[in-house]
Every structure is written in C-alpha cells, then in structure tokens.
Design a binder for this molecule. Structure first.
Ligand SMILES: O=P(O)(O)O[C@H]1O[C@H](CO)[C@@H](O)[C@H]1O
Length: 236
C-alpha cells in the first residue's frame, strides 16, 4: 500500500499520459538543469512548455562548491556520489517498491555511465576546455543552508570533490528505472574552511558562475546528446 503523499505507478502513468497527449514529441533523453542553468533549455528546437501546475499528479518543488583541487567555473564530470540524506534514510526510493519501475534494492555501483563520461571528456578536448574539466565525486547535502566551517572540514576529510543540494535523488530514481545516467557539476564557489576566512557563500554568486558557463555547458550537452546512441538506451 502507498502512503497518501506518495505517488504510485498509476499517478505517474496519469502524468505521462497527459504529457503525451499534449505534445507530439517522444523524448529519448531527459535533462535536469540545476540552478542558473535553465538556459540550456534554449538550445532545444521545437519546444513545448507546460506549467507544473497544469500537469496532473506532478509534485512541485534543483553549482556546487568544491574542495581544494577545483576553481570556480571548473566543470566536474560526476564519477560517483555520496548521498548524505540517503545514508540518513531520506531517500526517494523509500516506501513500498513498485517492481514495474525497478528492483527493491538497486545497486549504485557504476551508475554514472563510463561510456558517456569518456564521450564527454572527448568533447571537452575538441572544445578546448579540458584544462578546467575533471572527474570527481559529488556529495549531496540536505541544505538549504550552506555548510558550517566544521561541516565543510568534515566533507573535505571525506575526500569529496564537490558538494551540492541536488542531483543524487534524480540519479537514484533514474537509475532505479533503468535509465543510463550522466552527471555534470559546475563548481560555483570555494568552500569556507577557515575560521580566519571572512568570505561567505551566497546563492547569487552561485547563479553568477552558472551564467558565466552557460554557453559552454550548452555546447557540451548538445554535442553529447547528438553523439548518444539514443535508440538503444534511455538516458538522463
Ligand atoms: O544543485 P543545484 O540546483 O544546481 O543548485 C545549487 O545551488 C543551490 C545553492 O546555491 C543549491 O540548490 C545547490 O545544490
């Protein structure tokens, strides 16, 4: 049985049926844009727009900071993640499992597709941006506050490369239902790890860096999609 606030397969089917009846498109790729990266959507030709509030059963509610080896404006291709809320029991796969979507206990190793990661690196090389692209581990924290200095120091000791407040739940759900996943993190700010440091993080600075890199991201994502073998794989 499902709890009242949890959507079940029929609810999602209702959402999907509504969307399919309101567009001619039959997408093979889903892109979730983070804060300030909505401009990526501008690269789409023949767009259809829907208000969240018009879509039935659609829940309404996604730059990241880095530890030492990155600078603001760098891109991190996500190799793996640490899902702090998930480790503490806050997981989008909580509740009764619907086997129509995927298994009760899905594996999380190898979720960020190796082939897509290599493809992205190749594209970055061609674009001449390899100098600010690395691969690393993304850590999701619950937010919405930015980390305290002690928390930032803890994350640094855990060897994570970038931290944000999104991504992991979307990736969990996508991989649970068998989609191939590619994740990209834009480094928008440095972590404040010293009590002598007067700098603070703020969301406006995060949006500013996102804006600075939006064109590069648009080119990278567009090229990646054009190279994907989308007839054989579902990808997010
Ligand atoms: O993860 P996205 O949505 O890109 O945004 C990042 O920016 C917000 C904080 O400035 C947080 O939501 C953080 O995760």
């Amino acid at each position: 049985m499902h709890s009242k606030d949890q959507n079940c397969h029929e609810d999602y089917q209702k959402t999907a049926d509504w969307l399919l009846s309101h567009t001619q498109h039959r997408p093979k790729v889903a892109i979730i844009c983070g804060s300030g990266l909505g401009l990526l959507a501008d690269a789409l030709k023949c767009q259809d727009f829907f208000k969240y509030s018009d879509i039935p059963s659609f829940p309404q509610s996604t730059g990241h900071f880095s530890t030492d080896s990155y600078s603001c404006g760098d891109l991190m291709i996500i190799r793996d993640h640490i899902n702090f809320p998930g480790l503490a029991g806050l997981n989008p796969l909580n509740g009764p499992n619907d086997d129509k979507f995927g298994p009760r206990f899905p594996p999380m190793s190898g979720v960020y597709d190796k082939g897509l990661r290599k493809m992205a690196f190749d594209i970055c090389k061609t674009m001449g941006i390899s100098q600010y692209v690395q691969e690393g581990v993304y850590c999701m924290v619950g937010g919405p506050n930015f980390e305290s200095i002690a928390e930032a120091r803890l994350l640094h000791r855990l060897d994570v490369d970038a931290v944000g407040m999104s991504t992991a739940p979307e990736v969990l759900v996508a991989s649970h239902c068998g989609m191939k996943v590619f994740g990209l993190s834009l480094i928008t700010n440095k972590v404040v790890k010293s009590y002598e440091d007067n700098e603070t993080v703020n969301h406006e600075a995060v949006l500013e860096v996102s804006k600075m890199r939006s064109e590069t991201l648009q080119t990278l994502v567009t090229e990646l999609i054009s190279r994907m073998d989308i007839n054989n794989n579902n990808t997010v």
